[in-house]
Design a protein around this ligand. Structure first.
Ligand code: AMP
Length: 396
């Protein structure tokens, strides 16, 4: 990465303002997955080692109507969880834009961690309002951006604040960028990409970018259906994006054999776990009233063979409707293949979102080289786009 990090700056005695990604799932006040909190801790510990005056954290949480505080999106329980995980006192500030709050923060004892309330409770955050960015900037002498999951958004707390303070990357940001950018720009080859999920239209840019950079691109999930339709195969009631069929045709024509589609699939007579199912060859087509909800076992074997030669693998998007057990087999099998490859020295990278959830669900999280904390941000990196939250940081 060509940006400065916390290792390149002297933080001793400084007030360090850190943008983290604490956008964690909360159900009835209970945090159901603390991955993003634990992922920020190495950065926070490394900052504390430099003996700063204090460490002030900001993050968004969920999608409240901007400028309208709602209890269910408060970061208060997240601050408490961080305190438990770090075994430290963590303070919380509910009203960070008030002058009194800044004065209070400045009077905190050295080494204190303070979490500010959800940045989206304040008008202007998602519009990158400079006034709001300046108000956030009052909390720091240095700004550290460690929120990879929010780096693709130019918001006041990510890109905006970097204009008013010396701004560097945190260790999580550095790790994410190094893994994902290296994987596509400087990979140990062969590089094989696996793409799944619902829609081709969401991922056209990433498919195009990977077709130019990867050695093979394996397609699964609902998006494969649109490619099948483009080949004239009937898809019954399967999810097909009619508006993307022409694009799928173009991509197939451009792909020069790099793009690999499933050869078989699991079809169901209803969109539910208890539906009747059959495994069919794709060439047979899907009968009326049935829908393709997972890749089949022959496809898993085909993918396994191709992946056996890979030295780097990047995966984004599930191979089927993995939320329903009966259609999670393809996704779980691919997760298993990646876990085996990691054991053989292959670099395996999962680009966040649903595929990350699927790997964790299969209990294979610790057998993958790198699981990204940012779905949207990792897709944009794989597309070859610059992330505004990173562009704003100081160059090395
Ligand atoms: P995405 O957000 O584009 O990565 O899509 C993830 C979603 O795609 C998940 O909710 C899956 O259930 C869904 N999905 C994957 N395969 C299929 C399929 N064959 N038919 C319908 N939905 C699918």
């Amino acid at each position: 990465m060509n940006k400065q990090t916390i290792r390149d700056v002297d933080l001793k005695g400084k007030r360090v303002l850190v943008r983290v990604d604490f956008n964690v799932p909360i159900e009835n006040g209970v945090i159901t997955d603390d991955t993003r909190i634990t992922a920020a801790i190495p950065t926070l510990e490394a900052i504390l080692k430099q003996q700063p005056k204090d460490v002030v954290l900001m993050s968004h949480l969920g999608r409240p109507k901007e400028g309208v505080p709602e209890d269910q999106y408060s970061l208060k329980p997240v601050a408490a969880e961080l305190g438990k995980l770090m075994k430290r006192t963590v303070e919380f500030e509910a009203d960070p834009l008030s002058e009194a709050a800044v004065a209070k923060a400045n009077a905190l004892p050295a080494g204190t961690i303070l979490v500010l309330e959800n940045t989206r409770f304040f008008k202007g955050e998602t519009k990158n309002d400079p006034d709001l960015a300046q108000k956030f900037a009052k909390y720091g002498d240095v700004f550290v951006n460690d929120a990879f999951g929010s780096a693709h958004r130019a918001h006041s707390s990510t890109e905006g604040v970097a204009k008013y303070l010396p701004a560097v990357a945190g260790l999580l940001m550095e790790k994410e960028i190094n893994f994902l950018a290296n994987a596509v720009d400087n990979p140990t080859r062969p590089l094989v990409a696996i793409l799944g999920g619902a829609k081709v239209s969401d991922k056209i840019k990433v498919i195009e970018s990977l077709l130019s950079k990867a050695d093979k691109v394996l397609i699964g999930g609902g998006m494969a259906n649109t490619f099948f339709k483009a080949q004239g195969i009937s898809m019954g009631s399967s999810l097909v994006e009619d508006t993307a069929v022409e694009t799928a045709k173009d991509l197939l024509a451009k792909s020069k054999g790099k793009l690999v589609l499933p050869v078989d699939g699991v079809i169901a007579d209803d969109f539910k776990n208890e539906a009747n199912t059959k495994t069919i060859s794709v060439s047979e087509g899907v009968p009326d009233g049935w829908r393709m909800l997972d890749i089949g076992p022959k496809t898993v074997e085909e993918f396994r063979k191709i992946l056996a030669d890979a030295k780097t693998v990047v995966w984004n998007g599930p191979m089927g409707v993995f939320e329903l057990d009966n259609f999670a087999k393809g996704t779980n099998a691919v997760a298993g293949v990646l876990a085996d490859l990691t054991g053989k020295g292959v670099t395996t990278i999962i680009g966040g979102g649903d595929s990350a959830a699927a790997v964790q669900q299969a209990g294979l999280g610790d057998k993958i080289t790198h699981i990204s904390t940012g779905g949207g941000a990792s897709l944009e990196l794989l597309e070859g786009q610059a992330l505004p939250g990173v562009v704003a940081l100081k160059d090395k």
